[in-house]
Design a protein around this ligand. Structure first.
Ligand SMILES: NC(=O)C1=CN([C@@H]2O[C@H](COP(=O)(O)OP(=O)(O)OC[C@H]3O[C@@H](n4cnc5c(N)ncnc54)[C@H](OP(=O)(O)O)[C@@H]3O)[C@@H](O)[C@H]2O)C=CC1
Ligand SMILES: O=C(O)CCC(=O)C(=O)O
Ligand SMILES: [Mg+2]
Length: 418
C-alpha cells in the first residue's frame, strides 16, 4: 500500500532480467517527479510531448502510464513538514526501474542537503550521463558549434558531493583540524580556528565502475576517444588516483596498450576494429580546449564536481542548459533529468525551454528500447528549432525568431510530428 502515491490502475512495471537488460511491457508504469521551480512548467510539457510521440510512433499499441511521485516542495505539501524525500518515492523509483524527474531546489549555505544528490546516493546511480550535441539553427557563441559532440560520464556517488563537511568553528571541524595537526602532522591549514572542512572520498571501485561504463559506451557507439578529466596535479591521490585507476582499468579490462610509452593508451574497438584512444587532460586546460578544439573530445569521464561544472560549460557551447539532457544510472535503475536546475525567477511563468526535459525523456525512451518514439522526438525538436518558433533563451540570440512559451514550444514540437 502506498501512502500518497496513486498507482495507475493499468500498466505494468518494467523489470530487469538476470543479464541486466530491461523487460519493457507495452504499457509500462513510469514514475515522475514534477520538480520545484520551473519543474511545474517543463514537466507537464514533457509528459504531453512524450505521450504524443509514443501515440504517433506506435499508433496506440504502446502507452506510458505515468505515476506521480513526490520530492522537494511538493512532497512537503503532500506529506507534511520536513518530508522532502518520502521513503515511498525512493522505493517507487527503485521498483519501477525507469523514471524521470524535474529539478529540485538545494539551498545555498544552510538548509537541507541536495535531494538530487541524496536520490543518486540512495539508488546508487553512479553514472551521470550527459550527452552534448548541436541542433542545427540553435544560437551558439561558437563559430562552429557542430564540432561540439561530447558525452560526459560524471561520477555521481562520491567526491566532495558525499556531503562530509563541517562548519567553521563547529566542534566537529575543530576536532578534525586538531586531529589533522596533532595526529597527521599537517601544518598547512592556514587559518585553523576559522576553517570549515570538507572531505573528498574518491575510491578505486567508484572510479573503475564509471570508467568502465565510459569505455563501453565508446565501444558501443563507435567513438574515437575517452578522455579522463581530472585535477591530479594538485589533488594527487583523489583526482590523480582517478586518472591512474582509469588508465589501469583500460589496460587490464579492455586490453589497451600504451602509446609511445604512455600514459595515453589505445584499444581496438571489438565491434568496429577502429582505435579508441584513452587519454587524460587536467581540468583547467580542458575547459579552454573544449572552446578552442572541441572536436578533439568525444567521451569524457570525470569526477563529480568537475562533471557538474563541465556539463553546464559544454552545454553553453551548443545553446545552453535549456536543451541539455541527462540520466542518472546504476547497473539496473535509471532516473532521467535535465542538467538545469529550478531557475526560480522563471518558475510558474510558462516561459523557459522545456527542451532539456524533453530530451531527457528522449534518452529514457531510447533506454527502454522505444527507438521510434525517441527518433520522433529528435526529429520534431530539429524541425521546431528550424521553424524558429523557440523559447526566450534561443529567441534572444536568433535572428528572425518568434518567441513562444514553454507550453507553446511543446505544441510546436507536437505539430512537427508526422
Ligand atoms: N538536478 C537538479 O535538480 C538541479 C538542481 N539545481 C538547483 O536549482 C536551483 C537554482 O540553481 P541555479 O544555479 O540558478 O541554476 P539553474 O540551472 O536553475 O538556472 C541558471 C540559469 O540557467 C538558465 N536556465 C535554466 N533552466 C533553463 C531552461 N529550462 N530554459 C532556458 N534557460 C534555462 C537561466 O538562464 P538566464 O538567466 O540566462 O535566462 C537560469 O537563470 C538551486 O537550488 C540548485 O541547487 C541546479 C542544477 C541541477
Ligand atoms: O543538487 C543540486 O541542487 C545541484 C546539482 C547539479 O547542479 C547537477 O547535478 O548538475
Ligand atoms: Mg549542475
Amino acid at each position: 500500500m502506498t501512502q500518497h502515491i496513486k498507482v495507475p490502475p493499468q500498466g505494468q512495471k518494467i523489470t530487469v532480467r538476470a543479464d541486466l537488460s530491461l523487460q519493457v511491457p507495452d504499457e509500462p508504469i513510469v514514475p515522475y517527479i514534477e520538480g520545484d521551480g520551473v519543474g511545474v512548467d517543463v514537466t507537464p510539457v514533457m509528459l504531453k510531448v512524450v505521450d504524443a510521440a509514443v501515440a504517433r510512433a506506435y499508433g496506440g499499441r504502446r502507452k506510458i502510464h505515468w505515476m506521480e511521485v513526490y520530492a522537494g516542495d511538493k512532497a512537503v505539501k503532500v506529506y507534511g513538514p520536513g518530508v522532502w524525500l518520502p521513503e515511498e518515492t525512493v522505493a517507487a523509483l527503485k521498483e519501477c526501474v525507469v523514471s524521470i524527474k524535474g529539478p529540485l531546489t538545494t539551498p545555498v549555505g544552510g538548509g537541507i542537503r541536495s535531494l538530487n544528490v541524496t536520490l543518486r546516493q540512495e539508488l546508487d546511480l553512479y553514472v551521470c550521463l550527459r550527452p552534448v550535441r548541436y541542433f542545427k539553427g540553435v544560437p551558439s557563441p561558437l563559430k562552429e558549434p557542430e564540432k561540439t559532440n561530447m558525452v560526459i560520464f560524471r561520477e555521481n556517488s562520491e567526491d566532495i558531493y558525499a556531503g562530509i563537511e563541517y562548519e567553521a568553528r563547529s566542534d566537529k571541524a575543530q576536532k578534525l583540524i586538531r586531529f589533522l595537526q596533532d595526529e597527521m602532522g599537517e601544518t598547512t591549514i592556514r587559518f585553523p580556528e576559522s576553517s570549515a572542512i570538507g572531505v573528498k572520498p574518491v575510491s578505486i571501485e567508484g572510479t573503475e565502475r564509471l570508467v568502465r561504463q565510459a569505455i563501453q559506451y565508446a565501444i558501443d557507439h563507435d567513438k574515437p576517444s575517452v578522455t579522463l578529466v581530472h585535477k591530479g596535479n594538485i589533488m594527487k591521490f583523489t583526482e590523480g588516483g582517478f586518472r591512474e585507476w582509469g588508465y589501469a582499468l583500460a589496460q587490464r579490462e579492455f586490453g589497451a596498450t600504451p602509446i609511445d610509452g604512455g600514459p595515453w593508451c589505445r584499444l581496438q574497438n571489438p565491434k568496429t576494429g577502429r582505435d579508441i584512444v584513452v587519454k587524460d587532460v587536467i581540468a583547467d586546460a580542458f575547459l579552454q580546449q573544449i572552446l578552442l578544439r572541441p572536436a578533439e573530445y568525444a567521451v569524457v569521464a570525470t569526477l563529480n564536481l568537475n562533471g557538474d561544472y563541465i556539463s553546464d560549460a559544454v552545454a553553453a557551447q551548443v545553446g545552453g542548459i535549456g536543451i541539455a539532457p541527462g540520466a542518472n544510472m546504476s547497473d539496473s535503475v535509471a532516473c532521467f533529468e535535465a542538467t538545469h536546475g529550478t531557475a526560480p525567477k522563471y518558475a510558474g511563468k510558462d516561459y523557459v525551454n522545456p527542451g532539456s526535459m524533453i530530451l531527457s525523456a528522449e534518452m529514457m525512451l531510447r533506454h527502454m528500447g522505444w527507438k521510434e518514439a525517441a527518433d520522433l522526438l529528435i526529429a520534431s525538436m530539429e524541425k521546431a528549432i528550424l521553424s524558429k518558433k523557440v523559447t526566450y533563451d534561443f529567441a534572444r540570440l536568433m535572428d528572425g525568431a518568434s518567441q513562444v512559451s514553454c507550453s507553446g514550444f511543446g505544441q510546436v514540437m507536437i505539430d512537427q510530428m508526422e
